[in-house]
Write a protein that binds this ligand. Sequence first.
Ligand code: SAM
Length: 283
Amino acid sequence: MNYRHSYHAGNFADVVKHSLQWLVLDYLGQKDKPYWVLDTHAGIGMYDLQGEQAQKTGEATDGIARLLGRDDIPAVLQSYVAQVQQLNPTGELRWYPGSPWFSAEQLRAQDQLVLCELHPQDSLALAANVKQEFASAGSIKVLTETNGYAALKGLLPPPIKRGLVLIDPPFEQRDELQTLVAALDAATKRWAIGVYAVWYPIKDPLSIGDFHQQVAQLKHVQKAYAVDILIRDAQDRQTLNGCGMLFINPPFGLLQQVDEVMNYLTPLLAQGRGAQWQGVWLT
Ligand code: SAM
């Protein structure tokens, strides 16, 4: 396990992922009924962009830094951006939160969040951050040194009947997409009505078509929608040219807001010619 998210925190992919995550949670919070969130690959929850690892790559410069200080942020993104601004009150960008923090901020007293992290050190850092830095109205459980894929099998269906499963693997293994498809098959068999949001990297856009097709063929997946962004033409297929977010059972009304978010973010996050996004129903 070499992947450490602190090298990548706040990059373009985090901006896409977290702004869409924020929208989904917003939808779930529109009804008083409680909801449940499982974050299978949680990371450490809070990142110091002035730390050694983040400084080494400087990826946040082409990510969240491009949004802060702009005066044309659309209403649909303002609340996400405000979360980051609130952590950096002087205006100097230092802290960028992870997916657990965004979920925790949205939880209401009746909601529950379960966080899995496998890496021993990152697990401990996550648990410490949740204890010291998070001020959530809802309940948060950290499962340290826990395999998120195994947790999907063990925890689904959840005790609360509505909610979100966020899956954000490191893609260190060449067959991670296959693992994902198998995990989604097992998860949707146990909990077909849950909302799933699955992040994936795009190096070669052509290879993503196979993944989409496999998801579409899963027996218990009724509704699946994929949002893919390229930040440049994918001429070099060895580098990260974009990313995608797969939604299973996207809440009604979400996709119009996804459009607004992606129309704004795509030119803003572009790192060359050919930046584009598309949203497609897979089922
Ligand atoms: N979701 C986080 C966020 O948005 O802030 C970032 C997660 S990062 C892309 C992937 C994380 O998964 C890493 O912290 C890594 O240590 C952890 N990880 C790797 N394999 C895992 C597994 N099988 N189960 C749970 N966590 C895993």
